[in-house]
Design a protein around this ligand. Structure first.
Ligand SMILES: Nc1ncnc2c1ncn2[C@@H]1O[C@H](COP(=O)(O)OP(=O)(O)OP(=O)(O)O)[C@@H](O)[C@H]1O
Length: 235
């Protein structure tokens, strides 16, 4: 079954200016759809529509069902949006982990006791550790982390919770040096190929043609207020 079926998708600003229209995408298992286009053409907005964080016109179905039919909180455990710059949150990454983990426990069923597993708390820390994030950074205020540290921690949470079937990545390595970038890329692609991880597909915004070639299996170009697919990565 197709993961995402996106038909005639359109999105406008609150003031009514159209950002894009008629966007079409059928996302299948194993796809890494690289999204490219000039700054301001609507790539982030597109990901937010998929994550049900933006109002839109047209149709988005996930496994044949609307996001609302899953219940939006459950939908968001299946579709993980990792923003380019996570909004400045209060507290520390570990606070965030604890809160998000308790939410996941609620998802697992009414009537059960706290099903929060230590894995939920440990996986992201372990993954981020493999990308050079010292454990003590999890107890530092978000506001005192560097861009690259914030990016790796947010990504490690998105992957480490082991519930996401689709990752929506908004320039996930834009603040990283080349070695860290390659390390993170490899980890994400390994997670996609691993039978132990529920991850089935990725939609990945990047401004880097090199990264697009390394990670992409399909190439969606935003331009002129809509989108089209390219058979190969743009050079
Ligand atoms: N909440 C909003 N209110 C008004 N305009 C918005 C809003 N969100 C996005 N826009 C506008 O919509 C357009 C698309 O923004 P978006 O962030 O999706 O672009 P992008 O392609 O991801 O850009 P970049 O590559 O620079 O990250 C921009 O012109 C932006 O200013």
């Amino acid at each position: 079954m197709d993961l995402f079926t996106v038909r005639e998708l359109g999105c406008a600003t609150e003031e009514g200016a159209q950002i894009f229209s008629d966007v079409e995408l059928t996302l299948k298992e194993g796809d890494v759809v690289v999204v490219q286009g000039k700054s301001g053409c609507g790539k982030t907005t597109f990901l937010k529509c998929l994550a049900h964080l933006n109002l839109y016109s047209g149709h988005i179905l996930f496994c044949g069902k609307t996001p609302r039919s899953y219940g939006i909180p459950i939908y968001r455990t299946k579709i993980a949006y990792v923003p380019q710059r996570p909004p400045l949150l209060p507290g520390t990454p570990r606070d965030f982990l604890a809160t998000a983990s308790s939410f996941k426990a609620r998802r697992k069923g009414k009537g059960k006791k706290d099903t929060r597993s230590t894995e939920d708390l440990e996986n992201p820390v372990r993954i981020a550790g493999s990308w050079g994030i010292d454990t003590q950074l999890w107890d530092r205020e978000w506001s005192n982390l560097s861009g690259g540290e914030t990016q790796r921690i947010a990504l490690a949470i998105g992957i480490g919770f082991d519930t996401a079937e689709v990752l929506l990545l908004d320039e996930p390595t834009s603040a990283l040096d080349q070695d860290s970038c390659l390390l993170v890329e490899r980890h994400i692609l390994d997670a996609l190929r691993s039978s132990e991880n529920p991850l089935k597909a990725i939609v990945w915004i990047t401004h880097s043609p090199e990264q697009a070639s390394r990670v992409g299996t399909r190439f969606l170009q935003f331009s002129g207020g809509s989108s089209y697919e390219e058979p190969t990565p743009p050079v």
